[in-house]
Design a protein around this ligand. Sequence first.
Ligand SMILES: [Cu+2]
Length: 145
Amino acid sequence: MRNLTFLFIFVTLSVSGENFNIKMVNTDSSGQIMVFDPPFLRVNVGDTVTFIPSDALHNSKSVLNLIPSTAAPWEGAMDEKITVEFNVEGIYVYQCTPHIALGMIGVIQVGNPVNLPEINENISSLESLIAINKERVKTYLSKIN
Ligand SMILES: [Cu+2]
């Protein structure tokens, strides 16, 4: 009976997804300013990501046409801690709305990068909004595998 209880707990933990944290900060440990930490994250389908407002005046919002077509978009309010569940495989690009011009964006890879062609096709609309730290777009996308 005792063994069955342990087995039940193990199975329950295995089917529920893992949670990851992404901090929204003014400066990260490498000196990048207005940045998501970490800015690139790979998770599995069913995992969740919590965006934590470690510093003030940031938010997390998925970018139109830069997430899988069947995935639900999200938009956190300013200074809001939100948790997003990723149930659709693919690449998700998100932004901090007040700091988009400073290149405050992030990329989450969920499972395989099945929508990478669409991301590459649509990324220029986001790049055009970024004034400084433009290289972050290519740096983050280069981590997709
Ligand atoms: Cu910000």
